[in-house]
Design a protein around this ligand. Sequence first.
Ligand code: BES
Ligand code: MN
Ligand code: ZN
Length: 516
Amino acid sequence: MTALTLSTAGAATLRADALVVGVAKGAKGPVVAPGAEAVDKAFDGKLAAVLETLGASGAEGEVTKLPAPSGLKAPVVLAVGLGRAPERDGAYDAEALRRAAGSAARALSGAKKAGFALPTESAEDAGAVAEGALLGAYAFTAYQGGEDKVAPKSAKSAKKSGPKQPLGEVALLGAKPRDKAFKAAADRAVAVAEEINRARDLINTPPNDLYPESFAAVATAAGKEHGVKVQVLDEKALVKGGYGGLIGVGQGSTHGPRLVKLAYTHPKAEKTLALVGKGITYDSGGISLKPAGHNETMKCDMSGAAAVFATVVAASRLGLRVNVTGWLALAENMPSGNATRPGDVLRMYSGKTVEVLNTDAEGRLVLADALTRASEEAPDAIVDVATLTGAMVVALGNRTFGVMANDDAFRTAVHETAEEVGEASWPMPLPDDLRKGMDSPTADIANIGERMGGGLVAGVFLREFVGEGIAWAHLDIAGPAFHEGAPYGYTPKGGTGSSVRTLVRLAERTAAGDLG
Ligand code: BES
Ligand code: MN
Ligand code: ZN
């Protein structure tokens, strides 16, 4: 894992493989961003001109590597684009810093240590640079570099090096190591980024290795390590407890479902935030099988549970003055002779009956049970996170998650919280008229309704399983949870850890008493 240090050395004297500086798009060509003064000096004040000659513009994510001049201990300077320069004396946007640091860290994979001389005037900016660098350095290599027993010797030695290792150490320059606020921002960045990377690892782990039981085991171990109480309900307990949604979805798989409860408590906490995560470790669609082309990435269908898990552990590592309870609704959605059929009726944990008309609308079934169970403990608010609908991806694209809620003020608060931490989200409605489409002649409700507005239909379904009077928000992260394109900024290919930053900040805001 990439280490973070707050360096006391100046850029000129730092021993490292590279120095990272920021370059922004100015009105008349690239401009060097604050933090890089010593590096610019080593270029006789001509760094911007050199970069321009090399074709750099300062565009977001642009990476230019150049050999360092004498006067610097590091052999390489990496200039990373920050996008448009802020208006005169304005500060750089924290998300621009986060992304630039991420692009730089990714471009330095294989290196041992890099000094980051990006703008870090405030502790908040230093935290953003640290977070971006640690997130951008991430690589999922657990399944690469295998020994080939039969390959000819020449091919073996060619392959021997295996995948590039992530950048070993991020040294933040100019980030006042003895200043309490900077220290706290760095510590927070490490905890949040490491937990996001943990979520990414879980999402990227192939579904033959990550199934409900093994996910629950990972949660149990991490809980022990980080002071989070973990309780696991296995299939037997779920049947006994009447969790018809979890059982109904999970019964087609040889890997049975689990409901995991994670509890972080603070002795002086005044509020409790409950988080519920969709944890379908693989979504084949079940008997309503997904066609080829729609199931290759469905190991990502537990991204909500991974985000919830990461957030509870992060809250504990940060010692937040709030209770955070996580509920992981884990099941594998598979077709088999024992699978739920379209037409089956499930009796849910709440007592309501659901006619399953499409077994591919499984997320809402496992979430419903977990939402009801979470409601029993009367938390101050519940937030669920789920890769719930393709319709939300059609509506908002691949980088923005939808926010629905039973309370307008809470929905706004969640949306604004996401904005604050640099996550793209958008408020969506829960129109009452969509309920009628889920009327069932046989049961209390069907698990699908109108096709149009499918993301909202799912939200309207979930709302029925939330306890009366509890503020609840639903994040549909089906778009941003898993990134299939080329990496950009701090976002890698594969699992992204979407929503963790939002949830951690929500927990912080709840602790500070400025929510609800
Ligand atoms: N896990 C999928 C949703 C999904 C789609 C996640 C694309 C990530 C990317 C979910 O379980 C699903 O299959 N939803 C159906 C619901 C439909 C049957 C009402 C969908 O969106 O098609
Ligand atoms: Mn599905
Ligand atoms: Zn699903």
